[in-house]
Design a binder for this molecule. Structure first.
Ligand code: GLN
Length: 240
């Protein structure tokens, strides 16, 4: 029986300026290398989820103005996405996409871009951008995680979500509490561009494994040659 996973790629034409598409390419490559068919469906504004049973959702980062367009459309998908998150669907949300899963993103001009309130967090634009390479340690696995951040938003998680990683170098959620990103059920919220997954193959594999396990399936025991990925990971660590 061939293994199939369905991935919904939310708003690829709007949330597309930080190279986060590399995360979808990495998941596709690492699934294919294991004989798993990853079907990727792009979802644009005014398109519904086509009644597909998606196993993984991905939403990348974007500038404030694109976030307004995405927010308007997300409101129409709010209940469906919230129900899926509560049903342990795997969801990777990066930066602007991450912010919009929370209550709101308050921009510099004081205007509030509504999120879908699926995650207990809110974001307020600070007056300086947090830009640069980030080194942190995933709390669950203790693995190092590397990436690149570029945001003015300062995200403040509430008690219903857990931090994703502990900052070693960089700003992370808000540059104040020493944490980066959040975990809630199978949602991974993060500020890390890069793209994130090519340089953190263990995290990519975790998302694939969680999506399979949610369907009662096991991750195929195939060892991939991660020489390049590990080199990219180490090179980023050595920057500091
Ligand atoms: N516009 C948001 C901010 O500046 C998100 C930026 C991003 O997605 N990199 O915080």
């Amino acid at each position: 029986m061939s293994l199939i996973l369905e991935l919904a790629y939310l708003y690829p034409k709007l949330l597309n300026i930080y190279g986060d598409r590399g995360n979808v390419l990495t998941l596709s490559f690492r699934c294919q290398a294991r004989g798993i068919n990853l079907n990727v469906t792009a979802i644009s504004p005014n398109e519904d989820l086509q009644g597909k049973n998606f196993d993984i959702f991905f939403m990348g980062g974007g500038q404030d103005q694109q976030q307004v367009l995405v927010s308007n459309d997300l409101q129409m998908k709010k209940k469906e996405l919230t129900d899926l998150i509560e049903d342990n669907v795997v969801f990777l949300a990066v930066c602007g996409g991450y912010q919009l899963l929370g209550k709101y993103y308050r921009a510099q001009d004081g205007s509030e871009i509504p999120g879908i309130d699926a995650l207990d967090l809110y974001t307020i634009a600070g007056n300086k951008r947090m830009i640069g390479n980030v080194l942190c340690k995933e709390i669950e696995s203790k693995n190092t995680i590397v990436g690149f951040e570029n945001h003015s938003g300062k995200t403040y998680p509430g008690s219903s979500v857990k931090p994703f990683a502990k900052i070693i170098r960089g700003s992370g959620n808000n540059g104040e509490d020493g944490f980066e990103g959040i975990r809630y059920k199978n949602v991974f919220g993060t500020y890390l561009h890069g793209a994130l997954l090519p340089k953190n193959p263990h995290l990519a594999d975790k998302l694939i494994r969680l999506a399979l396990e949610r369907k009662g399936l096991k991750m195929p025991e195939v060892i991939l040659n991660d020489e390049l990925e590990e080199l990219a990971h180490r090179k980023t660590i050595n920057i500091f």
